[in-house]
Write a protein that binds this ligand. Structure first.
Ligand code: NDP
Length: 435
């Protein structure tokens, strides 16, 4: 804490891991006295750089770019880039730290990293976004590579941004390699990558529900966010027979009592991905829906909640509301959307609760599959990738059960994910010596 006291999100993420991993270390001699956790919380490298770019009116702007290379014990650094005005070292360090455990859980050989900028893509023209991405890559290129560090998308970085970033990397290096994931299908991207985080979250929740002999069929599902993860979590939940009743963005949430069906979801995808509009516009087209300005959807009665927007969007009171309304399962699609108190509420109530590092790992897992396809210079079918994604999510679920099941049979998925993720990275670090 002394060294990172000014980084609240990072400390929050580390504390959550420490709560479960320190008792585990204490019981296992091979990890004792090796300062393993101390080494894991210190990034191997933290790069911060100036990004200067020119807007459509000829005005010069300066943003700050980052790449955190957290841990490469089990593979090249891997993790997304976030473009959002709130981005700072604390947020990226928390994300990079979580990424190390998540990537370990996927069973694929990927280390952990994260990066981004305080650049805000909202309200910018395509040309401005392109100039920013090119300027960002002018510096980032010297720190990444297909065997060193492979960034992907995150909040504010989707297919458009990955295209601009890839274009500049290729121009500088004069080579076509899998240096970024989330690429377009015609230039090295993997089928199912856009869908993977949302689908994977629902597959994970499906496995959790199965332990209670439950399914998504007929369940009411509340989802926050309306970006990449939320859209595909909704798509998969709907296809499994659930009734999805909410979506949100940073201005509020929409509640559609009749359910958001496939046609309505197609409208949302067009609104958010092409027209770059606000979720409130949904109610102008669908009269069955209400818009709740400035609020989050956790006050809506549901069976399953999937927080898919951003960190700390669900607090203790929200958790109590969900529990009082009979919610039986919460799977995080976003990274750390539930704050520490909310997680404790869910685990004390012994409902099904999955931390993002387990339930949203499908995105990076499919990025790992994209890397494999790039190396092999082949392209798997949609069915092949989806099958692998399903298998990986089931394996992660099994690992959580293995390490997280308590004496009374309750599975603490937080504990399970943290310990399973830790063991693989710690063993690799021990084998590689003190570096
Ligand atoms: P997008 O940029 O596509 O969408 C983000 C959504 O969250 C938008 O609806 C956005 O609303 C909302 N949001 C962002 N910031 C805030 C905020 N401060 N308050 C309220 N709402 C907010 O991002 P993704 O869907 O890709 O990412 C969502 C979450 O999932 C993040 O936590 C990310 O780290 C995590 N994740 C993403 C993966 C991926 O593959 N994309 C993989 C694993 C995790 P608005 O438009 O108003 O900003």
């Amino acid at each position: 804490t002394a060294r990172n006291g000014h980084e609240p999100e990072f400390i929050q993420a580390v504390q959550e891991v420490a709560e479960t991993v320190i008792p585990y270390i204490a019981k296992h001699d091979i990890y004792k006295g090796k300062s393993i956790l101390l080494r894991m919380v210190e990034p191997e490298r933290l790069i911060s750089f100036r990004v200067a770019w020119v807007d459509d009116n000829g005005i010069i702007h300066v943003n700050r770019g980052y790449r955190i290379q957290m841990n490469s014990a089990i593979g090249p650094y891997k993790g997304g880039l976030r473009f959002h005005p709130t981005v700072n070292a604390s947020i990226l360090k928390f994300l990079a730290f979580e990424q190390v455990f998540k990537n370990s859980l996927t069973t694929l050989p990927m280390g952990g990293g994260k990066g981004g900028s305080d650049f805000d893509p909202k309200g910018k023209s395509d040309d401005e976004v392109m100039r920013f991405c090119h300027a960002f890559m002018l510096e980032l290129n010297r720190h990444i590579g297909p065997n060193t560090d492979v960034p992907a998308g995150d909040i504010g970085v989707g297919a458009r941004e990955i295209g601009f970033l890839f274009g500049m990397y290729k121009k500088i290096k004069n080579e076509f390699t899998g240096v970024l994931t989330g690429k377009g299908l015609s230039w090295g991207g993997s089928k199912i990558r856009p869908e993977a985080t949302g689908y994977g979250t629902v597959y994970f929740a499906q496995s959790m529900l199965k332990t209670k002999k439950e399914t998504f069929e007929g369940k009411t599902v509340v989802i926050s966010g309306s970006g990449n993860v939320a859209q595909y979590a909704a798509e998969k939940a709907i296809s499994l027979g659930a009734k999805v009743v909410t979506l949100s963005d940073s201005s509020g949430y929409i509640y559609d009592k009749e359910g958001i069906d496939s046609d309505k979801l197609a409208f949302v995808m067009d609104l958010k991905n092409k027209r770059r509009g606000r979720i409130s516009e949904y109610v102008e087209t669908y009269s069955s829906a209400e818009f709740h300005k400035g609020k989050t959807p956790w006050e809506v009665k549901c069976d399953v909640a999937l927080p898919c927007a951003t960190q700390n969007e669900l607090d203790k009171q929200d958790a109590k509301n969900l529990l009082n309304n009979g919610c039986i399962c919460v799977a995080e699609g976003a990274n750390m959307p539930c704050n520490t108190d909310a997680v404790h509420e869910f685990n004390n109530a012994k409902i099904l609760f999955a931390p993002g590092k387990a339930s949203n790992a499908g995105g990076v897992a499919t990025s790992g599959l994209e890397m494999s396809q790039n190396s092999l210079r082949i392209s798997w079918t949609r069915e092949e990738v989806d099958e692998r994604l399903k298998d990986i999510m089931e394996d992660i679920h099994d690992s959580c059960i293995e390490y997280g099941t308590e004496e009374d049979g309750f599975c603490n998925y937080v504990k399970g994910a943290n310990i399973a993720g830790f063991v693989k990275v710690a063993d690799a670090m021990l084998a590689q010596g003190v570096i």
